[in-house]
Ligand binder design. Sequence first.
Ligand code: AMP
Ligand code: ZN
Length: 140
Amino acid sequence: MDDCIFCSIIRREAQASVVYEDDEVLAFMDIFPVNPGHTLVIPKGHYPSLRDLPPAIGGRIFQVAMQIERAIRNSDIPDEGTNLLLADGAVAGQEVFHLHLHVIPRLSGDRAGFRFSSANRAMPNRFALDGQAAKIKAGM
Ligand code: AMP
Ligand code: ZN
């Protein structure tokens, strides 16, 4: 994709601080990090959404994210916890439509968010949960 910034990074036409690369996956530092160490793991193919992504590549992306999390934990980059975050769709906060998994080191008091407010949630009854489970189960 000519106008995709992450494809440009893969082609090395745009700058990036790369931490990992293989035939399928590239990982590099986020340019506007939530905290130091914030890394993005992307497929080398231009898949805009999870529904486009071959499951095996999804598995590789998660494996690489786990390796990065361990490497950060073993480094002197401050890391008290981690968020793995994948925004699929504009409504979910996706801004770059080349799928990517964020690896975000978390620090107490960093005010980064990622907490679901209980004010916006309600606890459904078991009947409703069973109904949703049945619909999902049927599609798997
Ligand atoms: P999202 O909102 O999940 O689509 O996240 C997109 C992420 O890509 C943001 O955290 C940006 O800071 C990051 N980003 C955008 N352009 C670049 C770039 N050229 N190099 C590294 N990270 C980038
Ligand atoms: Zn792309």
